[in-house]
Structures are given as C-alpha cells and as structure tokens.
Design a protein around this ligand. Structure first.
Ligand code: LER
Ligand code: MN
Length: 269
C-alpha cells in the first residue's frame, strides 16, 4: 500500500488539504518526509506544469497516486447531476482534461464532489441517468488512456448521491469496465457505514482508492477511528492501491503530514 498526501496550490481554510503552495516544492517535502506518492488537487488541470511535477517526482523518487477534482464543483460549480445540460457538458470536459493529465502522471482520477447532488429527489432516476451518461463519456476516454475513475462515497451532509460503499458498488455496477472503481474515505465512512471493516471487505477488488482522516478530520491518530481495524480489512482484501491522507492541515501542515505518516506506518509494519 502506497502512502500519499493531499496537496493543492491554494485551498480553503477548512478544506482537508494537507500541503498548500507550489506543487513541486510540496512533492519534494512529501518525499523527504517519507511519502511514496502525492495526491494533487486542482481546479483546472491545464494550469499544472506537468513536466516540472514529473521531473520533481523522478528526482525525489515519488509518484502521483491520484488527482482530486472536487474544486471543479466547489469553485466552478460543475457537476454531473446539474439539470443544466451545458454544465454537465463542461463537467465532462473538465474530467477528460484531468484524465489527460493523469495519463501523463500515471495517476487515477477521483470523482468525488463533481458528481453533484440530486436537487429533486422525486425525480432521482433522471439525475442518476445524467450522472451515468456523463461518466460513460469520461470512461470512454479513461479506458483508452488506461486511467481509473474513482467514485468516492461521501457523507450525507455534502451530497445526497452515493453516501455509502453499498451505494458506490451499486453505481459502478452500471458500467462494464475495469477502469471504474469505488473510493472510500474513513471520515465519510465513520458517518455513514454500519461497519467500516465489513464494507471494505464487501468492496474487495472493486476498491480503488482510500482517503484516511480521523473522525474529526484531523490526521489519523488524533480522533477515535480504529485504523488498526481498517488496515486489517485492507490487508484481508490484498488492497494494493494508495492510502492518501486527506485531512485538515492542523496543528500545522507539516505536523499533520508527518504524524499521519508515522502513525499509519507504525500500524502497517
Ligand atoms: C473529497 O475527497 C472529499 O472527501 C470531500 O469531503 C471534500 O469535501
Ligand atoms: Mn475524500
């Protein structure tokens, strides 16, 4: 299991992005701390200096595990469930841009907040179909580029669409592709799942990515989630994807990144 850390050029004060600022500098910092990978969060991936990022990765022997795309929803309000066809089209274009960059970096693409929310529950089938249509278009491109799309289950306070592992598994079963997997985040699982270990085991080889944050979204070890149990379940399913720390940059970004890494490494060994 590769250990990864979230980073972005800029992020809101309460956003669970650990390292903020220049990507290349933070990739170097993460490598020096002992990380295997970086998770890059970016609104428009065309703004990334891909060559500089790749050169830094080569120099410091680290890779990019994943691209986080949620800023497209938070900043540009793009979503796969928007009633506005033009917004859905732009959301697909944005994810395809992420797929292009992910291919160059050997990374996977997260679809978390970008799926949006269902604004009229009485017509939820229509909204789900919008999302399926959008993802089919992205998947066509992702398959051609051998990039996996990761559908993240997110808690009910952020979206009413795909809250649990079971919802995620049901959703990805609509696509006949090995390039779409589910993605679980311990912060959301702690709110939504009846048994976190069981849902990891239920996901099995359809689990493509993990986000780790503790119950209060601080670094693992600073809340009350039993990460020993989570790791035991991941080992049971022979999980070989990445674990990215998507937690608050508290008390400082460096302390959060280092303590997350040390605490999880001590369980893994
Ligand atoms: C994204 O990975 C996520 O977990 C969301 O809660 C971000 O707000
Ligand atoms: Mn997450």
């Amino acid at each position: 299991m590769k250990l990864s850390v979230t980073m972005a050029l800029t992020a809101g004060e309460t956003a669970p992005i650990v390292l903020r600022g220049d990507y290349a500098q933070n990739i170097r910092k993460a490598a020096e701390m002992g990380y295997d990978s970086a998770e890059i969060h970016v609104n428009d991936p065309k703004t990334l200096d891909v060559e500089q990022i790749l050169n830094t990765c080569r120099k410091y022997n680290i890779d990019v595990s994943t691209i986080g795309t949620g800023m497209g929803y938070v900043i540009d309000k793009l979503s796969f469930t928007s009633p506005d066809e033009n917004i859905r089209k732009k959301a697909v274009e944005r994810i395809i841009d992420h797929v292009d960059v992910a291919e160059k970096m050997g990374a996977d693409v997260i679809i978390g907040s970008m799926r949006g929310t269902i604004s009229d529950q009485s017509d939820c089938k229509t909204y789900q179909e919008y999302a399926v249509e959008c993802i089919k278009k992205c998947l066509e491109k992702a398959e051609a580029k051998k990039v996996t799309l990761l559908i993240e289950a997110i808690n009910r306070y952020e979206t009413n669409f795909i809250n649990t592992a079971e919802d995620g598994l049901e959703f990805i079963s609509k696509f006949d592709s090995e390039y779409i997997k589910i993605h679980l985040d311990t912060f959301h699982m702690n709110i939504e799942e009846y048994d976190m270990k069981k849902c990891i085991i239920m996901a099995g080889n359809r689990l493509g990515h993990m986000h780790f944050a503790d119950s209060n979204r601080w670094y693992p070890g600073r809340g009350h989630i039993a990460f020993e149990d989570i790791i035991e379940a991941l080992k049971k399913i022979d999980y070989n994807g990445a674990i990215a720390f998507e937690c608050l940059p508290l008390p400082t970004p460096e302390e959060a990144a280092q303590k997350a890494l040390n605490n999880i490494k001590s369980i893994l060994k």
